[in-house]
Design a binder for this molecule. Structure first.
Ligand code: NAP
Length: 289
């Protein structure tokens, strides 16, 4: 298949390049394609003639989105609309990567695909605007909501926790933010399988199960052998310009019905913790002390 990927140099974009290696892939980074330009998006599609476009580009800095909502919306809402309209005009299906943050987190149980959405921060509102723009464009689409991405090639939550533990010797983790950690090494192949099904629609694809940030940090500490205890904290204890949904764990019903599942989050994390990215980080830091 010929697959065009937006946000091709991002965390998920890089994992997709690896997972899609048997396909003919053009992964365009921000410098190659700015999705806020409708003309540039149309031109990229006309030049490559993809059979599917995976739209992974996004403004993902939640704090910056809160400070400049219009700029974030221009990328996550209107930019996604540009991709969706260009795909619809060219007759190309689009896969839009969306977020757990389209939910308010108040349900008290994992979110099903059809649960009502209600974003509580500007990043979430932008991702939701993107979903609406994709639906309105009139083409074939997959909308795939995922959450708490981490994986090879990037410094994300597990690496930051290890660095903080080794630098400060103390850790705090919030108990009032719960979601599903999702390893890009699992998500990217699942996305690859999904976009070849032509079973269009709305999906959740996240690591199975959920945990708080505190529990996630504790599991990183346990698996790393560092074993530092994680003190409980609340979002309100940190000076953050945004609020995150309290529990936006995603239930993956629709993809599972197609046989596409992701491992329980602890299993995927255990594999990530065995990668050189983590083992070398722990060894290097230990050597500095
Ligand atoms: N990370 C998570 O925990 C998480 C959770 C749920 C959903 N998601 C969604 O998953 C997708 C991939 O996320 P990720 O973690 O891979 O994020 P990422 O590492 O921040 O990658 C996003 C990429 O989009 C690019 N980008 C930003 N503005 C752009 C624009 N106007 N035009 C084209 N490209 C632009 C960024 O480039 P620059 O950095 O050069 O600007 C970046 O390379 C996104 O749709 C995100 O909303 C992520």
């Amino acid at each position: 298949m010929r697959i065009l990927v937006t946000g091709g140099q991002g965390q998920l974009g890089v994992a997709l390049q690896r997972a899609l290696s048997e396909h003919e892939v053009r992964a365009l980074g921000h410098a190659d394609l700015d999705v806020t330009s409708a003309a540039a998006v149309s031109e990229a599609i006309e030049l490559f003639h993809p059979e599917v476009v995976i739209h992974a580009a996004a403004w993902t800095d939640t704090a910056a989105a809160e400070r400049d909502p219009a700029a974030a919306l221009a990328v996550n809402g209107e930019g996604s609309g540009n991709v969706a309209r260009a795909c619809a005009a060219a007759g190309v299906p689009m896969a839009y990567v969306s977020s757990n943050e389209v939910f308010d987190g108040e349900k008290g149980a994992p979110y099903d695909e059809d649960d009502p959405t209600q974003a509580i921060n500007e990043y979430g509102r932008g991702k939701l605007a993107g979903e609406e723009a994709v639906r309105k464009a009139g083409g074939d689409f997959y909308i795939i909501r995922t959450s708490w991405l981490y994986g090879p090639g990037r410094t994300s939550f597990p690496e930051k926790i290890i660095e903080r533990a080794q630098a400060d010797g103390a850790l705090r983790g919030v108990t009032d933010e719960i979601a599903s950690p999702t390893w890009t090494g699992d998500l990217a192949p699942a996305l690859s399988t999904l976009v070849s099904t032509r079973r269009f629609g709305l999906y959740h694809l996240a690591g199975e199960g959920g945990c708080s940030r505190k529990e996630w940090a504790e599991e990183v500490m346990r698996l790393s052998g560092i074993g530092l205890p994680v003190k409980p904290a609340l979002q309100a204890d940190f000076d953050l310009p945004y609020r995150k949904p309290v529990d936006s764990t995603l239930a993956n019903h629709r993809a599972a019905a197609l046989g596409i599942t992701l491992r329980p989050w602890r299993e995927a994390l255990a594999e990530h913790m065995r990668t050189p990215q983590i083992t070398e980080l722990i060894a290097a830091r230990a050597g500095q002390r």
